[in-house]
Design a protein around this ligand. Structure first.
Ligand SMILES: [Zn+2]
Length: 285
């Protein structure tokens, strides 16, 4: 693995935020350390190539998985990716199923998001000066449709191409964690009609939108949430076991999805103009 300093001409067009299982076997990977006005991202970024596309991988929880979901520096992560040239981001994550039919091994590509987190900074437009002195303006982006339609289409196509029929659409509710839901919380999530529950999907999607990045996720169900089954509830061991059993499959889908994404300059989705010409008050990286 080669090392490179920021400032080199190494870049990427697509970002993947996920576990080390997604890139660790790639042959020619360059490790790049990036700093941001918000501090360092979760880890180094690992640059490699898939189907001729330059991809930057970022281990969301850091190598060795030392960062709990509520301690991840989401702003630094998205900023770092964009500073390398990334304009489209795929952020796969493990989730709990909120319906009996969404059992372990289900691949669901959500089209909606509910934020039930508590302590995370979910915006770049917080009015606080950046280290360089520029002050973000008050900007409100639309998150009515939180996921890039092109990214969702690529994920769905990739899953079907590998005979893994995905659930097309659904609502991901993101909780603060790191604990799992109580039975009452889980039953309430189900009663709302939401589909899957996770801990990392927010504020990733919102921050990506503020930086005019295309962002979508694919969720792997690793367990039925506490209220959707009658047993002991979720255990971390069970989550890890199901994830390990499916990571190879998920990697295949992810790579095919990367290959199916449009070229950055060919994007025609609304994400590319999320600020609608409004001045963010700082220079996008
Ligand atoms: Zn888009």
């Amino acid at each position: 693995m080669a090392n490179a300093e920021i400032g080199s001409d190494i870049g990427a067009e697509i970002g993947v935020i996920g576990g080390s299982g997604f890139y660790s076997f790639l042959g020619d990977v360059t490790e790049v350390q990036v700093d941001t006005p918000y501090g360092p991202p979760s880890d180094s970024l690992f640059l490699g190539e898939i189907a001729g596309r330059r991809v930057a991988f970022l281990p969301r929880h850091g190598r060795g998985h030392h960062l709990p979901p509520h301690r991840i520096n989401y702003r630094a992560n998205l900023w770092a990716l964009r500073s390398l040239g990334v304009r489209q981001v795929l952020g796969p994550c493990a989730v709990g199923g909120l319906r009996p039919e969404y059992g372990p091994g289900t691949l669901l590509v959500p089209d909606q998001l509910v934020d039930r987190t508590k302590s995370r900074v979910g915006t770049y437009f917080d009015g606080l000066p950046l280290p360089g002195g520029s002050i973000p303006n008050v900007v409100h982006v639309s998150l009515a449709d939180p996921y890039c339609p092109a990214g969702r289409a690529a994920a769905l196509k990739a899953a079907r191409g590998r005979d893994w029929e995905p659930v097309d659409g659904g609502t991901l509710v993101v909780v603060e964690g790191p604990r799992f839901s109580t039975r009452a919380e889980s039953l309430w999530h189900q009663a709302q009609g939401w589909s899957v529950v996770g801990m990392t999907g927010h504020p990733e999607a919102a921050l990506a939108r503020e930086l005019e990045l295309c962002y979508s996720t694919m969720t792997l169900v690793t367990d039925l949430d506490a209220g959707a089954e009658s047993g002991e509830g979720v255990s971390h061991d069970e989550v890890l076991r199901v994830f390990a059993a499916n990571v190879h499959r998920l990697r295949g889908v992810l790579f095919d999805a990367v290959a199916a994404l449009p070229a950055n300059e060919d994007r025609d989705c609304l994400c590319t103009n999320a600020l609608g010409g409004m001045d963010p008050g700082f220079e996008l990286p």
